[in-house]
Write a protein that binds this ligand. Structure first.
Ligand SMILES: C[S@@+](CC[C@H](N)C(=O)[O-])C[C@H]1O[C@@H](n2cnc3c(N)ncnc32)[C@H](O)[C@@H]1O
Length: 230
């Protein structure tokens, strides 16, 4: 085994710990130290998640439960009003549940580059009595010229497509908004993503501490906030 591979997990671990401390300076809401999901919302969301990975998608393809909890807590604590869900699926349900529970009129936009999975999401949302407006194909969404999102979850398509679309996703983020990049355990994708985030002048923070799942997956955050300015 190459030294690089051997060191990978300790490096991820320490980056996660260091970035957890850095993030506390960046986001004063300090949602990291609280329970990431309140018990009443857990009761509502977890059975739906379990059903989604069993009947519609799979554990490997759906967002992890850990990242779902993080996204919900982030949206709730920061009172997000305009959320972009790039890569439809359980995340589309989660953000709609947040918008309904928060009663803050949050707009949720879900996008997919795959018509089959977009329709699967539409059916799942309908079965769970969730709104299905603002579900779009990537090309339709592109023509809508939307921007200024305060939370973006970037989890769309293949890893190659995702890397290609990252600069587009960054361009849609409002200053101070939070871009959550899933699957950052994939080293080749992470390296491309880190380069694009840096080029755009954003900072990258690992949220491995909060999002690591049984499959070894975790997410990271890109934001224009810098802990040096906090
Ligand atoms: C990682 S998935 C997105 C997961 C989604 N955000 C969720 O919360 O479930 C990335 C892409 O794979 C496709 N996809 C979703 N579920 C799938 C499955 N079970 N098998 C194959 N492709 C899938 C969709 O086109 C989606 O954009």
């Amino acid at each position: 085994m190459k030294l690089k591979h051997f060191l990978r997990k300790p490096v991820w671990f320490f980056r996660g710990e260091i970035d957890a401390a850095r993030l506390k300076k960046v986001f004063p809401e300090d949602f990291f130290s609280k329970n990431l999901l309140q018990p009443d919302e857990y009761q509502q969301l977890k059975p739906v998640y379990d059903r989604y990975i069993k009947d519609v998608s799979s554990k490997e393809m759906a967002v992890s439960w850990q990242t779902s909890c993080f996204l919900y807590a982030a949206a709730k604590t920061r009172d997000c009003k305009k959320i972009l869900d790039l890569g439809s699926g359980f995340s589309s349900y989660l953000f709609r549940a947040y918008a309904i529970n928060s009663r803050n009129g949050a707009g949720i936009y879900s996008v997919d580059d795959n018509d089959f999975w977009l329709e699967k999401t539409r059916t799942f949302l309908t079965e769970h009595e969730m709104p299905v407006d603002q579900l779009s194909t990537l090309s339709d969404f592109d023509q809508q010229n939307k921007s200024g999102f305060d939370l973006i979850f970037h989890d769309l398509g293949s890893m190659a497509t995702r890397a290609e679309l990252l600069s587009f996703a960054i361009s849609l983020l409002e200053p101070g908004g939070m871009l959550v990049l899933d699957d950052m355990h994939k080293t080749r994708y992470r390296s491309v993503a880190a380069g694009k985030v840096k080029k755009a002048g954003l900072c990258l923070y690992s949220i491995r501490k909060y999002t690591l799942d049984e499959l070894g997956r975790f997410a990271e955050i890109a934001t224009s906030y810098n802990e040096m300015d906090a």
